[in-house]
Design a protein around this ligand. Sequence first.
Ligand code: ARG
Length: 251
Amino acid sequence: MKKIFVLMLALVMVVSSMCVMTGCGQDSKKKLVMATNAAFPPYEMYEGKNIVGIDAEIAKAIADKLGMELEIVDTEFNAIIGGVASGKYDMGMAGMTVTEDRKKSVDFSDSYATGVQVIIVKEGSAIATADDLFADGATYKVGVQDGTTGAIYCEDDLGADRVSSYSKGADAVQALIAGKVDCVVIDNEPAKNFVAANDGLVILDTEYVTEDYAICFAKDSELTEKVNGALKELIADGTVKKIIDKYITAE
Ligand code: ARG
C-alpha cells in the first residue's frame, strides 16, 4: 500500500515538473501566428514597436475568444500566402482580397471588410479618370505594391511594361511623387492615408475594382472553422464594425 502511494506521489511530481518545464499552466496559451505586411494603414501599421490597425485588433479579438495568444509576424505581402500554405504561419490577415487564383493555394474565412482599388495621381495630372489610364494608345506608367491585386489587374490590363512594383505601397507613392510613375493603383483606405500624408496628391473619383477582404489559412487547416466561427460571432455582435469604425471615419 505504502509503495503504491510513494509511486503515485512520484508520478504526480514528475507530471507537475514537466508542466513547469513545458509550461502547461494557465499562461501557456496556444499561439495563433498571424502573418501580415504592416505597411498598409489603417489595416496594419506600426505604432512605435507595436503592430496596430483593423486586422491586428480583429485578430486579437479572435485569439481572445479562442483562448489563444496572438503573435503577429511582419513580412513581405507577397510572402504571406506561401508562408501560410506551407504552415509557417497559422493564418494570413493583411487586407487580403479573396481571389479565385489565391483559393488554389489557401482557404479563406468569411469576408470581414470591403476594399476598392483606386487610382492616386498628382494634382493636375492628365489622368482624370480610370478610362484615361486604360485608353488605347495611352502610355502612362503605374506604381503598385508587389503581389497585390492592384498589381495583378494592372499587369493584365496594361501589360507588365507599364507597371512598376514596389515592396510597399508607400514606396509606390514616393515613386509617383518623384515622377517615376504617373499614378498608383492601391486599396482605397491606404490610399487615403498616403494622400493625407503627402501634399499634392489626389484620388480619382472613378473606382477600379471592388473586392472582399478575408483571412487565409492553409488548405484544410483545422483552424479555419475555429477562427471563422469566432469571426462570425464578432461580426454578429458588432465588434468588427466597432473596430473598423475606430480606424475609418465615415466621410
Ligand atoms: N487587397 C490587396 C490584395 O489583397 C492589397 C493588400 C495589401 N496588404 C498589405 N498589408 N500590404 O492584394
